[in-house]
Design a binder for this molecule. Structure first.
Ligand code: URA
Length: 298
C-alpha cells in the first residue's frame, strides 16, 4: 500500500519520464512542452481527452483553450472544479498542426495513461470524444453510439467505470451536441456516488480494496525504457471487460477508420506564426515545464 505522498512521488516519477520521452521522435522534436495532465492526484473522476493543442503545448497544461473553458463551465454546473478531478489526454505531446493522433503515437503513449490510471485510481473515467473512447474501450465504436453509457472495464490492473461523452471541442460549435454533452455531464454525480467497481484479484497479493482516500495498492507505473519508435501502426488498446479476457481478435482501430460520422474534436486554433510550435519551426528548447505544483496535482 502507498500513502498519498508516495502516490505523488510515483506520479512525479512518471512525469519526469514523460518529459524526456522520445518514443515519437517527430512529436518530441516539434513539441514545446509535454502536457502530462493536471489536477487532483487523488481524484475519483478522471477525464481523458485527445491530445494537446497549440495553447496546451504552449502552457504545458491540458484543456486551457476554448474547449477547456467549456469543460470548466460544465464542471461548475455539476458542483465540481478542476481541483477535484484529474485531466489527461491520450497523447502527451501535440501533433503538429493539430492533426489526428497516429496509431503508433497512441500506442507509444498508452503506457503513460495507464500508469496515471494505476496511480490515481479514479472510480470513473470520462473519455472525451472518439480517440480516448476507442482506446480505452479497445473497440472501434464511435462516440455518437456510446456516449452517455457507462460500463465497468479493466484498465491495466484497475477496474473502472468508463463513461464516454462528446469532446467539448466538438460541442463548442454545435448547439445540439452541447445539449447532449450537458445531459451526459449531469449524470456524473450519480455515477460517482455508485460503489467503486470491484477490483480484480491480483496475483501479487496486493490489497485491491477500493481506497478510502488514504491508502492505495502499490503498482509499478513507470513506463519502461523508451523503445525504438515502432513503425507498427496497430495499437493494442487498453481495456478488457471485467470478468473476461482482454480481447485479442480485434485490433484496436484507434485513430483508424470509421470515425467520419463522429464529431471531430478541434484542439484549438493553429499557433500564431512565430509561436515556434508549427510544423517545421524549431521548438522552444528552453521552455520550462510546469512544476508538479503548478499542475496542481502533486
Ligand atoms: N483537446 C484535447 O483533447 N486535449 C486538450 O488538452 C485540449 C484540447
Amino acid at each position: 500500500m502507498t500513502t498519498r505522498d508516495e502516490r505523488r512521488e510515483a506520479l512525479k516519477a512518471v512525469y519526469e519520464q514523460a518529459l524526456g520521452c522520445t518514443r515519437c521522435p517527430h512529436l518530441a522534436e516539434t513539441r514545446t512542452r509535454v502536457v502530462f495532465g493536471a489536477g487532483n492526484a487523488d481524484a475519483d473522476l478522471m477525464f481523458v481527452g485527445e491530445a494537446p493543442g497549440a495553447n496546451e503545448d504552449r502552457e504545458g497544461v491540458p484543456f486551457v483553450g476554448q474547449a477547456g473553458k467549456l469543460l470548466d463551465r460544465l464542471l461548475v454546473e455539476i458542483g465540481l472544479e478542476r481541483g477535484d478531478v484529474f485531466i489527461a489526454n491520450v497523447l502527451k505531446c501535440r501533433p503538429p498542426g493539430n492533426r489526428d493522433p497516429a496509431p503508433a503515437e497512441i500506442e507509444n503513449c498508452r503506457e503513460y495513461l495507464l500508469a496515471q490510471v494505476e496511480l490515481i485510481e479514479p472510480r470513473v473515467i470520462c473519455t472525451l470524444g472518439n480517440f480516448a473512447t476507442r482506446l480505452l474501450r479497445d473497440d472501434p465504436t464511435g462516440i455518437s453510439r456510446v456516449h452517455g453509457q457507462p460500463e465497468v472495464l479493466a484498465l491495466g490492473s484497475r477496474a473502472v467505470r468508463l463513461y464516454p461523452i462528446y469532446h467539448p471541442a466538438a460541442a463548442l460549435y454545435t448547439p445540439s451536441m452541447l445539449d447532449t454533452l450537458r445531459e451526459d455531464f449531469a449524470r456524473l454525480p450519480a455515477l460517482l456516488a455508485e460503489p467503486a467497481p470491484t477490483q480484480p484479484e491480483r496475483s501479487d497479493g496486493a490489497d485491491t480494496r477500493p481506497r478510502d482516500g488514504v491508502e492505495k495498492p502499490v503498482s509499478d507505473p513507470a513506463p519502461t525504457e523508451d523503445p525504438a519508435p515502432t513503425a507498427d501502426p496497430a495499437p493494442t488498446g487498453g481495456a478488457a471487460p471485467t470478468g473476461g479476457a482482454a480481447p485479442t481478435a480485434d485490433p484496436a482501430p484507434t485513430g483508424g477508420a470509421a470515425h467520419t460520422a463522429d464529431p471531430a474534436p478541434i484542439r484549438g486554433a493553429p499557433p500564431p506564426s512565430g509561436a515556434g510550435v508549427a510544423s517545421g519551426s524549431p521548438p522552444d528548447a528552453e521552455a520550462a515545464q510546469p512544476s508538479p505544483d503548478q499542475l496542481g496535482l502533486f
